[in-house]
Design a protein around this ligand. Structure first.
Ligand code: PLP
Ligand code: COI
Length: 339
């Protein structure tokens, strides 16, 4: 697709073939040099563990166009480190942090004209992923691995962007306490598809997962983390071994404390005490900050600030986070990587 065919303001979260992607292969214990390629299809063994046993993980991060036209990445080192943890969890070789960041930068540079202009609300989403390949039928780690990074220009993940959307709790579990919930592995997302669809069919943006052991505490908001603002202005986000350690969530914990002088904490969030929050939101790379209008649980709808307007604290957090990502607000040291 030519960039002149893209209406930046209308972008959702869909696939567009961009010009180049990065591929590196792991064989005999080493990663090869890696290269940019134009072909957006991969040729792999029919017996790849990534296809059969879910030996696969991925990441998501964004490149932003700043006001002066330059391009920057937000905390790619954190994505690189999280990918290493995911790889460890499912016995895949780690990608060195520097090589991961270099691959991302190469992909952004090679697809520079797909980085949306400043002020459109859109950005370039990078999708690094790794999976087991080579011939393997038994259930054990693959003999070879492919690491790839492709990119797509994206807009809002949840329709409405900064307009509140509603969620419903689900009885399905996404991840077990000693399972893979904290790793960004494909199996967690396969496990979420049915719950997601049922929530959408019932008229909600997505579902909210509760902890698998007791079904009393909030874990994730679809493919994003949860946060709430208590009536006395504390930023709260769930602490659990089975949620993804969201880079956006840790950034917001820091920003709430250091840029907004709020108390900010990770702790249990009881679904039966959800009315302790005057505002709530979903946060993540794709979701950015999406205000939660209401959560339905056991047939009761709990409205936070409003179902149509974003609350003031959520708006302030959004402005600071996106201001940093777009280069308008000075970032904490080490958060921004210039392309
Ligand atoms: N939770 C899940 C299940 C996710 O898939 C994501 C997206 O990466 C997040 C939370 C948010 O994480 P991050 O802020 O690092 O994008
Ligand atoms: C992200 O925010 O990067 C995600 O992983 C969400 C989803 C598109 C899987």
């Amino acid at each position: 697709m030519n960039k002149t065919e893209i209406n930046w303001q209308e972008l959702g979260f869909g696939y567009i073939k961009t010009d180049y992607r990065y591929i590196s292969t792991w064989k005999n214990g080493v990663w090869d040099e890696g290269e940019l390629v134009e072909d957006n299809f991969l040729r792999i063994s029919e017996a790849s563990t990534g296809l059969h046993y879910g030996q696969q993980c991925f990441e998501g991060l964004k490149a932003y166009r700043t006001k002066d036209g330059s391009i920057q990445l937000f905390r790619p080192d954190e994505n690189a480190k999280r990918m290493q943890k995911s790889c460890k969890k499912i016995m895949m070789p780690e990608m060195p942090v520097d090589k991961f960041i270099d691959a991302c930068i190469q992909v952004v540079k090679a697809n520079e004209h797909f980085v949306p202009p400043y002020g459109t609300g859109a950005s370039l989403y990078l999708r690094p992923f790794m999976f087991g390949t080579g011939h393997k039928v038994g259930v054990s780690p693959a003999p070879e691995y492919i690491f790839c990074v492709f990119c797509v220009p994206v807009g809002a993940y949840f329709k409405g962007g900064m307009k509140p959307v509603n969620f419903i709790t689900t009885d399905y579990d996404r991840a077990a306490p000693m399972g893979t919930g904290a790793a960004k592995v494909g199996g967690n997302y396969a496990a979420s598809l049915q719950a997601h669809q049922e929530a959408v069919d019932a008229g909600f943006a997505d579902c909210i997962y509760l902890d698998a052991a007791t079904h009393t505490k909030i874990e994730e908001v679809g493919a994003a983390n949860f946060f709430g603002i208590t009536k006395d202005d504390v930023f709260v986000t769930p602490k659990s071994p089975s949620i993804l350690p969201s880079i956006t969530k840790y950034s917001l914990l820091y920003l709430a404390k250091n840029y907004m002088n709020m108390k900010a904490e990770e702790r249990d969030v009881e679904i039966d005490n959800i009315d302790e929050f005057k505002e709530a939101g979903a946060c993540g790379t794709a979701a950015v900050i999406t205000p939660i209008g209401a959560i339905s649980h056991n047939g009761i709808k709990h409205v936070f600030h409003s179902e149509t307007e974003v609350g003031p604290v959520t708006k302030k957090l959004y402005d600071i986070l996106t201001g940093i990502q777009l280069g308008d607000i000075e970032a904490p040291e080490g958060w921004i990587y210039k392309v």
